[in-house]
Design a protein around this ligand. Structure first.
Ligand code: NAD
Length: 286
């Protein structure tokens, strides 16, 4: 396996574009592919604002903005990935779509190119079957957190047949872009989402029982536990529809302890999805 030179990111949405940015910020050339060139370009355009915010906060230097963005090459062609050393996939959370993406790239990419998926809920071992047996050892999960250009953690998840060399390569790639990787087994929800949703479900029980309001629970977590953001403000950021979907998946695997609470279902039925609909646990000005 060669070192890391060029990177390919598939999906220029919320996660993919910022993952591409992480590599570009560390000096790597990144091909960023979406279904159309327009969508790939749109994803890149959004990064201007992300970098402006980072500059404002003193996390990034203005002089590095143009060279960083120049390293991201939007594309809609698989063949742009022929020389990349690492592919990070961040398309829709849909098994069929992801499998199609990987099987197409399998015939284009170099034989030693590592394939990483940013899936939140699909089994890595199952997704690895999208590629030929020769590549299965170089397939694994790399679960970034939103916003990916800011959050330091990456869960690195080997599938059943992932080679140790691939895990070491991915851990090293994460460190090269300033992230801290942790190794996690291929189980539903990996580690972080299990902790997070267990807490959210308990918070929802507290609200249902009238023990405390969402506002007070957010205050409790910030001032009592040192969390930078409260659970309800975070739920509104991620979206209650997605939160419910993840809890349904966790419930299917782990049973009762992850059963979504009625109050969350009610929020989704009312279209109180969070920031994106202007109302969730809080109200937002449009
Ligand atoms: N949103 C989060 O907080 C978060 C966190 C960690 C992991 N994830 C995972 O990351 C992945 C992407 O999530 P997102 O929130 O960025 O979604 P998103 O909807 O913002 O972006 C997905 C992008 O993939 C593109 N796409 C779809 N099919 C494609 C194809 N066949 N080829 C190329 N591009 C294609 C879409 O056009 C879109 O731009 C999902 O697997 C999700 O579970 C999301």
């Amino acid at each position: 396996m060669e070192g890391l030179n060029k990177v390919g990111v598939v999906g220029a949405g919320m996660m993919g574009a910022e993952i591409a940015l992480c590599f570009a910020m560390s000096g790597y050339e990144v091909y960023m592919k979406d279904a159309t060139l327009e969508l790939a370009q749109k994803g890149k355009d959004r990064l201007e604002g992300v970098l402006d915010k980072a500059i404002q906060k003193g996390r990034f230097q203005a002089k590095d903005k143009a060279p960083t963005l120049n390293r991201i090459i939007p594309t809609d062609k698989n063949k742009s990935f022929k020389d990349v050393d690492l592919v990070v996939e961040a398309v829709f959370e849909d098994l069929k779509i992801k499998k199609e993406v990987f099987s197409q790239l399998d015939s284009i990419c170099k034989s030693d190119c590592v394939f990483a998926t940013n899936t939140s809920s699909i089994s890595i071992t199952l997704l690895a079957t999208s590629v030929r047996p020769e590549r299965i050892g170089r397939f694994l999960g790399a679960h970034f957190f939103s916003p990916a250009s800011v959050m330091k953690l990456v869960e690195v998840i080997p599938g059943l047949e992932t080679e140790e060399e691939t895990v070491a390569f991915m851990m090293d790639c994460c460190r090269k872009i300033g992230k801290t990787p942790i190794r996690v087994k291929d189980v539903t929800g990996f580690a972080v989402n299990r902790i997070l949703h267990a807490m959210w479900i308990e918070a929802n029980r507290l609200v249902e029982e009238g023990v405390a309001t969402p506002e007070d629970i957010d205050t409790a977590c910030k001032l009592g536990l040192g969390h930078p953001i409260g659970p309800y403000a975070l739920m509104d950021l991620t979206g209650n529809d997605l939160n419910l979907k993840v809890q349904e998946i966790l419930y299917e695997t782990y049973g009762e302890r992850f059963r979504p609470r009625p109050i969350l279902k009610q929020k989704v039925n009312a279209n109180h999805l969070g920031r994106k609909t202007g109302r969730g646990w809080y109200e937002y000005k449009k």
